[in-house]
Write a protein that binds this ligand. Structure first.
Ligand SMILES: N[C@@H](CCC(=O)N[C@@H](CS)C(=O)NCC(=O)O)C(=O)O
Length: 225
């Protein structure tokens, strides 16, 4: 059986968990946070999530884990058979990661510490997000799924990217970023209704108080240095 290591307040953790649940694979969850020795022992960059395979191999990086799961357990496929269509799906995922997720993440420390992000940072983040908006508007189909008729890995991936865009990008910049991509908000709302998304969300909410407590302790330790 696979083990998924990490914590449920992490959207990267949740997207891998969604893939495992979608494929109805048995797995156990091991609660660990960033910075722990236990994590450093299994994750080369000290990042969450990590999956330990049935053979005992540890794998990091959410998109790599997703591909490993797909290749190892091809039932309920999450990529198109056709290589060109598969490339489109991966393109959507990569663009969402680089130009939606990562710029939005730059605002997390300010949001969690309750300090205002400098205007220079906000301007840089806006610029990258605009690139993401243009690219995703050109690539996404939402007919009904993000890459067209087939439900794919990109649906799961971008849905969890968007939780960060909404929670940090939009709130810190006072900008409804998802509304800028035609069709994205309706698709996002329908994604959130699935039974899997709802159970992942329930676990996220349950973990949030403990996660915020950890973050608070980290800020206090950093300020005391
Ligand atoms: N590129 C990585 C990013 C994962 C990531 O940033 N995870 C966060 C939790 S949401 C983490 O481990 N943070 C702890 C740290 O950076 O020390 C992936 O796709 O898995």
């Amino acid at each position: 059986m696979m083990t998924l290591h990490g914590f449920a307040a992490s959207n990267y953790y949740n997207l891998v968990k969604h893939v495992l649940l979608h494929k109805e694979l048995p797995f156990e969850e091991n609660l660990i946070y960033g910075g722990s020795d236990e994590l450093m022992a299994i994750s080369p960059a000290g990042k969450i999530p990590v999956v330990t395979t049935a053979e005992g191999l540890h794998i990091s990086e959410s998109s790599v884990i997703c591909d490993f799961i797909e290749e190892t357990y091809p039932d309920s496929p999450l990529y198109p058979v056709n290589a060109t269509e598969r490339a489109v799906v991966r393109q959507i995922m990569k663009i969402a990661e680089l130009y939606f997720e990562l710029p939005s993440r730059r605002l997390i420390p300010y949001a969690l510490s309750g300090t205002a992000a400098p205007e220079t940072v906000k301007a840089e983040v806006r610029q990258v997000l605009n690139r993401g908006i243009t690219a995703l508007s050109r690539l996404c189909q939402f007919s009904p799924w993000i890459a067209g008729e087939q439900f794919t890995m990109a649906d799961i991936y971008v849905y969890y990217v968007n939780t960060i865009v909404s929670a940090f990008g939009s709130s810190q910049l006072d900008w409804d970023i998802l509304a800028e991509v035609p069709g994205m908000k309706d698709w996002n709302a329908s994604m959130s209704q699935s039974a899997i998304a709802q159970s992942v969300e329930a676990d996220r909410l349950a973990n949030m108080p403990e996660f915020l407590q950890k973050v608070k302790a980290q800020f206090q330790a950093a300020n005391a240095e």
